[in-house]
Design a protein around this ligand. Sequence first.
Ligand SMILES: Nc1ncnc2c1ncn2[C@@H]1O[C@H](COP(=O)(O)OP(=O)(O)OP(=O)(O)O)[C@@H](O)[C@H]1O
Ligand SMILES: [Mg+2]
Length: 775
Amino acid sequence: MVIGVTTCDEAAVGSRDDAMPLEATTYVGRRAEIAEVRRLLGATSTVTLTGPGGVGKSRLARRAVCAVRGMFPDGVVVVKLAELREPALLVSTVAARLGLGDRAAIPMDVIVDHLHQRRMLLLLDNCEHLVDACAGLVDTLVSACPGLVVLATSRQSLGVTGERIMPVPPLEVPQPGGAPADLERYDAVRLLLDRATAVVPSFAITEQNAADVITLCRKLEGLPLAIELAAVRMRVLSVRQLIDRLDKRFAVLTGGNRGGPSRHETMRSLVDWSHELCTEPERLLWARASVFSGGFDLDAAERVCSGDGLDSRHVLDVIDALIDKSILVREEYQGLARYRMLETIRLYGEERLRAADDEQRMRRRHRDWCVELTGRFEAEWIGPDQARWVDMLIREHPNLRRALDFCASDPDEAAVGLSKVLTFKEYWIIRGLTEGRIWLDRLLDVAADDAPGRAHALWSNAFLALVQGDIDAYETHLSDAERVAERTGDEKAVAYVHHVRAYHALIGNDMPNAVELFGKSVAMFRAQGDEAGELWSTYNYGLAISLSGELDRGRRVLRDCIERLTSRGEVFWRSWALWSLAAAEYLRGDVDEAAKAGFEVLRLQRRVHDRVILAFAVTVLAGCAAHNEQPRRAARLLGVAATAWRSFGASPRNYAAFVEPVVSDTELVAGRLGFDQAANEFALGAAMPAEEAMAYVLADGEPAEETAPKNAQGTLTRRENQIAELVAEGLTNKQIAEKLGIARRTAESHVDHILTKLSFTNRAQIAAWVASRRN
Ligand SMILES: Nc1ncnc2c1ncn2[C@@H]1O[C@H](COP(=O)(O)OP(=O)(O)OP(=O)(O)O)[C@@H](O)[C@H]1O
Ligand SMILES: [Mg+2]
């Protein structure tokens, strides 16, 4: 029989960097429900799918999203919340899924700014444990963003104004006495058939078993998860036998009550039954693995869950058995198999773990595994595996959150958190300033005053606050850090305090102070053998020296630092060091050198996905273009940069050294192009989607031949061809105008047409194209 296999790729829905794609099992039916969700999404701003665990809310939501994609030209974003425990992180989690940064201290403003003119669908999946936080978020967003529609799944409604609640019904079941040929019209039967044939390929509905199939689906009340768990049993039991077993269980459950169990009880009973049929090691793994969040891999399971009744050599087999029983779901992420539990199943495991009084111990082991991971991150950060480590932490981010939450549970654990779990500060700089600050605040609150990591946590917190422009918090934390570091004689922390203070001077354009303080921190890091600190400080030192007027000395420091970082195979700090060189050249030196370094930054950042540096680099490249006779390109780049800055809630104005140059570049460009054309180009750049913008920015750094075909000649008019030749000879628009006896504006407009027709961005590309045509 043909199961209703649908073509929509649920896993791909809005999930460009979704760490956990949905499992690839067949989806059946639900046409009427999908149509209903579609109708509601077209009619209202918030739709919540409600119903008991396992009824199929999340899968229905995904399907519906596939079906309505076309209604939302600005796209669909899926945020899975089952693994998020902290309401305080909801906003920054949504911001991250929208591809927004959190350079501003209030990411909510950045989200509203991003969404308010967009027609977009936001799916918030599994909200039940964060109902209040979700309601607050949804209220603010839908009232500020008229084109935004929210679809939520939750065991209970959100209670926001204008919310339309759609209870998700179980799958449709046939009436008793239905004809075998008719049964496949019912979704519950089709799901049972699909999952049964996965374990018994020869299973089919026949005259003999049709009545039993109907009875079974009715007993399972059409609940998808119950059907999946029961179907697994068909490996050893016939449908009739399955029904007998269920009858016995339900009789116990209801004490012979005629009404039969509720849906919740039916589901519970099926999960209970699955549990009873597990071996002891399987039960142990089920319970223990409930401490993971966002899934886990084999290595993690072996480390965290083995021992005391579960031999680590058997973990693989136990995982295999649990997948067979539909307790674990297998997924792949970047070529690595990972395992996950549906939320209903995970909660059950957690309950068992608690009942066995083993939760604290397991959560501590889970935390220790995270500590090991972040310790390795710290040790290998400056090295060729850096990008792989960032990916690894992105993958394990929900687990890190879980571990941090555990650390915040009491003062002793908080001390461990401060000294160990925060060793991956660079990750917060790349992936979440707001989140880093939230954890630091929580741990600092709970840990004892003399906790060993306090000084480091304080300077880290000061740095993150400074980057977000929260100067009050920066000052408080940094002076606390200094006090604690001096009291405890922690020289390493003192070095970082100088470093952070120097950074404050650098962005405030106070170069004498920046040079002095970075000089101190570099020397201290070197004396202590803290290479990561030394390299981080050194390139900032080089930038400060360059901007203080000693360009040659600054260049030497920067080049030397870049060389060291390159030789270590490092990427992240190298891209910042290169940017510093670009900035120093742009502000004090040579724009060609600045552009060269700027392009290299862009090529490098692709490897670490640091979109913040994109904004910094494009600002410099725009300035270079402005001073390089490329006003059109400069205007567009200023637009690209403005959008990039905005998406992070920041602005070059936060960096005092840039204020005056950016203003004067903008004036220069407007003077060259005229205000209207400059504004037009700026708007085009600002509206470019990120990928396209990146291609545009980089196009100038690539050989011209790659971007236009040789035979594009035919697309130019005779006059344009003539002008292209003159451009290739190096003539300016004014000279071309004089030579051809035309107005300068006419010459400019011809050059613009040539650029547009050939998809070029500058005159050098026209020259290269003319030359390649001659060969
Ligand atoms: N129409 C369907 N076709 C196939 N499988 C389905 C269907 N609906 C649900 N399922 C399966 O049933 C199980 C439970 O579904 P889902 O996770 O969507 O439930 P839920 O209501 O979101 O539960 P929870 O409240 O625990 O999040 C999953 O394994 C899912 O793949
Ligand atoms: Mg769900």
